[in-house]
Design a binder for this molecule. Sequence first.
Ligand code: ADP
Ligand code: MG
Length: 287
Amino acid sequence: MHKRRKNETGWTSAQTLSEALPFIQRYTGSTIVIKFGGNAMGDEVLTQKFAHDVVLLKQFGLRPVIVHGGGPQIGSMLEKLDIKSEFVDGLRVSDMETVGIAEMVLSGAINKSIVQAINQAGGRAVGLSGKDANLITANAKDAKLGFTGTPIATDISVIDVLTAADPGFIPVISPISGGAAGESFNVNADTAAGVLAGALGASRLMLLTDIEGVMDKDKNLLTNLSVEDALGLIKDGTAKGGMIPKLTTATDAVKSGVEAVVILDGRRAHGLLVELFTDQGAGTLIR
Ligand code: ADP
Ligand code: MG
């Protein structure tokens, strides 16, 4: 119900909405792949706000496709089970036991909680993993990393089917993928989101994380990066840990035809809307 206010708030909100119209029209019909990070999704209120924003994008005629991580949640489950795990260049080393637990956490608990949050916000989300309908086939990235895999093929037909219908569904994808010999691979969620964005011909790949964007050596936000800049930050050690797969993903996605990749803060409510529908933007844009 409308609240009847005596002040001008309604008029200024309407003006803001009206200013968003050209931006909304620019993206109507385009695919936006959104990676929802493990750190950003720890908070229930933020998850609800994220779900609302995703439903709004869908109702504005965009095609949001969600890929999620779950690093912190996998970490705490491994801890509970007293299983040690280490990272090499931002990627988790996965033995067979670890990938089994990663699958339980990602394709089970986390996937369904995001699906439910979107449905509660009024959308119709469908949970999938890399394994479903061969969405992502992976193989071992490096013997040292065990079952931490790298995508070698994608089949996006299931996403096309789900998003083509009117009003359509919102796919929510866990990055656990199948291997040719029936193995399970733990694929970094940024990497999974990147290959899907490329295969879907997405206009934008949005990587929501737990930091404002990409920082330079003095911790200042970098708002615009070229592919060469992004690779330079990895080479000179400015980008470390989990930022490495993000920047590699961003450069690969741009090379495969994604118009732009944005690395932005998932802890701030409505970052997606600010980035897409205002001329101010948010985080770091790579193209
Ligand atoms: P997510 O769960 O969103 O994938 P990650 O922890 O994998 O989060 O990656 C984000 C982290 O990357 C940041 O919290 C930050 O600690 C780290 N990082 C390393 N180098 C940089 C950099 N140059 N700019 C921003 N963040 C960086
Ligand atoms: Mg990460």
